[in-house]
Design a binder for this molecule. Structure first.
Ligand code: AMP
Length: 613
């Protein structure tokens, strides 16, 4: 993710990049050296300004601001614990419920509850904190890659649709909120935030026009581009796929110096026209590269001065590393930051390291951080065990930022400036090392998530529920589902969910393909709102597929797992598979395959708001 961009105005003579970088790096030194003191101060600040909010009063914190009392009195919670408070705010209660500062909007998380995006309250000043984290990224990067101020970044950035709560508060994803803020739009000049995409192209609500115009501007300025990126790896790959589909139109625009008529947004057209000039030579060059049979290294071919690819490839996004390596000829893949709707957490201080070694240093000024130790049940599934609700003893096991142990895994718990107190984010992190006194964490996984293609996160319960709904279509055929598992197939672009089904057939009537297609669609309709948005709006997820496998396939799967060391007594069919030989085994026994025939339904906002706005 790029740094908080500052204004595009021309540089003033007193702009001193070196000094600015030095100051930023010194800030990192200071807060990581004094991590514990900073954390103590952050908690005191949050608790004193919010001493009178209803949530803290109800729990009897009584104005205390010290860690010990806070930890003894306040419970460690999940979203469901604060949902009633959030609902009141969404419905118009403006009293200080969670925060003494007015809630400016809700940030809609890609984590869901009851199938809908979680709503994270936020306050105006959080934008400043987010900007601060962004502003650390390029000074860190410039220690490893010099000269980045001499060119541009080609980043594919998008806004998503927003909704209003019944009381009229805006609810939208955190990046949409950020890109629409003055912090982004009216950024002061900074050579590190010189992007190929004009603001208007990023802020265009139509995802096709936004992508087309950003790609066009990126191609026009190809020689100036020193780094490329998107937020997630999946988004960057989608941009490459877009180019594969539309390069002829783009070349035509570059050849003639005019914009395709499908780009109807006037502000986008005007912004692009400031960059687009007739350039037949460039059009010929792009055409020649794009018409070659192989697209291997297309990024380095079209943008020859690119030094690295800035995308998140940690966590589930690691599934995209081979595809990125192919298109970029092995350019460094750089994960710069770790953030969420709840709070922005930290930065990668060694950005050129291998993706498997990426660790994030949590910045102690961002929030008050605590860590819940996690036990991993090592086995074929290597599941992670974290209790859903914590008893008193478990609540006391949480440790502070500076007390985590090297090699140990923890679930992240945050207390934020915007009204979350001891909130379990749901991410599991492992301590990889320390920067001064501040720990650095590998991102291990999001708890419970079994399937993920883009920003969707499907857990086992949601999957089970969706399967239960879908199999109803089989009842008239006297067929039942004997076993199932799933796989996030990212060999297609966009990736898609695959369900492997083994059936028990008792009836004699063959099941027509349309029935399995109905099963696919019912599965999709039953999945959460983020999944459905990805299918409908962003087209970041392809149609769901059911593969019917031969009878006996799941016995073979069990035999295989046992041969790898799983215990016979404890063996449970994994509801999601990732290990390539297991996917191969399942694919080799597939007898037929069906896809969802259309997109599921999706509406912006929560379904209960639809008739209220
Ligand atoms: P959201 O609340 O929708 O913005 O999603 C935030 C979540 O995305 C985090 O809690 C993580 O699970 C995931 N995430 C964010 N940054 C990273 C990263 N650098 N590596 C892996 N996962 C990440």
């Amino acid at each position: 993710m790029p740094e908080a961009p500052k204004n595009t105005h021309k540089p003033t003579t007193d702009y001193n990049l070196e000094l600015k970088n030095k100051k930023t790096l010194q800030f990192i030194e200071d807060v990581t050296s004094n991590a514990d003191e900073v954390q103590k101060k952050v908690l005191e600040e949050i608790l004193s300004r919010n001493a009178h909010v209803e949530y803290l009063q109800t729990h009897g914190l009584n104005g205390h601001t010290d860690r010990e009392t806070f930890k003894t009195i306040m419970p460690v919670i999940t979203y469901e614990d604060i949902q009633p408070y959030v609902d009141r705010i969404a419905n118009g209660d403006t009293s200080p419920i969670l925060s003494s500062h007015p809630i400016s909007e809700f940030l809609t998380s890609s984590g869901t509850s009851g199938g809908e995006r979680k709503l994270m309250p936020t306050i105006e000043e959080e934008l400043g904190r987010r900007s601060l984290l962004y502003s650390l990224l390029m000074p860190v990067m410039s220690q490893f890659v010099p000269g980045l101020d001499k060119g541009k970044g080609m980043y594919f950035l998008f806004i998503k649709s927003e909704a209003k709560t019944p009381s009229g508060l805006v609810a939208r994803p955190v990046l949409t909120s950020y890109y629409k803020s003055t912090h982004f739009k009216d950024r002061p000049y900074d050579p590190y935030t010189n992007y190929t995409s004009p603001n208007e192209t990023i802020l265009c609500p139509d995802s096709y026009q936004s992508m087309y115009s950003q790609m066009l501007c990126g191609l026009c300025q190809h020689k100036e581009v020193l780094r490329v990126g998107a937020v997630f790896a999946s988004g960057f790959i989608r941009a490459i796929k877009f180019l594969e589909k539309h390069w002829r139109f783009l070349c035509n625009d570059i050849r003639t110096g005019t914009i395709d008529s499908q780009i109807t947004d006037q502000s986008v057209r005007e912004a692009v026209m400031k960059i687009l000039k007739p350039d037949p030579k460039l059009a010929d060059f792009i055409e020649a590269e794009c018409s070659k049979d192989s697209w291997q290294g297309i990024i380095t071919r079209l943008w020859p001065n690119t030094k690295y690819v800035d995308v998140i490839v940690t966590g589930t996004m690691s599934q995209y590393i081979p595809t990125l390596d192919y298109y970029t000829n092995g350019l460094p893949l750089v994960c710069t930051m770790y953030a969420s709707s709840e709070c922005y957490f930290g930065v990668n201080l060694n950005p050129l390291c291998k993706p498997s070694e990426v660790s994030y240093t949590l910045i102690p000024t961002m929030a008050y951080f605590e860590f819940l130790p996690v036990q991993r049940n090592n086995g074929v599934n290597s599941s992670i065990s974290v209790p859903k609700t914590l008893n008193e003893k478990e609540q006391q096991e949480l440790v502070d930022l500076v007390d985590v142990k090297l090699g140990q895994e923890y679930e992240l718990v945050v207390t934020t400036y915007s009204g979350l107190y001891r909130y379990r984010v749901g991410d599991v992190l492992r301590v990889a090392g320390f920067k001064n006194n501040a720990p650095q964490f590998n991102f291990i996984c999001r708890k419970n998530v079994v399937l993920c293609i883009d920003s969707d996160k499907t857990d086992e319960v949601e999957l089970q529920n969706a399967v239960k709904n879908a199999v109803n279509h089989l009842l008239p055929f006297d067929a039942t589902l004997a076993e199932y598992t799933s796989y996030a197939d990212t060999t297609t672009i966009p990736g898609h969910y695959v369900l492997y089904w083994e059936l028990s057939l008792n009836g004699t009537t063959p099941i027509p393909p349309s029935v399995f297609e109905d099963c696919c669609l019912t599965l999709e309709e039953s999945l959460n709102s983020v999944y459905r948005q990805g299918r409908v709006c962003d087209k970041s997820i392809g149609p769901l597929e059911i593969k019917i496998v031969e009878p006996g396939t799941f016995d073979k799967l069990m035999d295989y797992a046992i041969s790898l060391g799983a215990s016979i007594n404890q063996y449970k069919t994994p509801r999601c598979v990732k290990f390539a030989p297991i996917v191969e085994l399942l694919n080799s026994r597939a007898v037929s395959s069906f896809f969802s025939p259309k997109c599921p339904k999706w509406f912006p906002g929560h379904k209960q708001w639809i008739n209220m706005n």
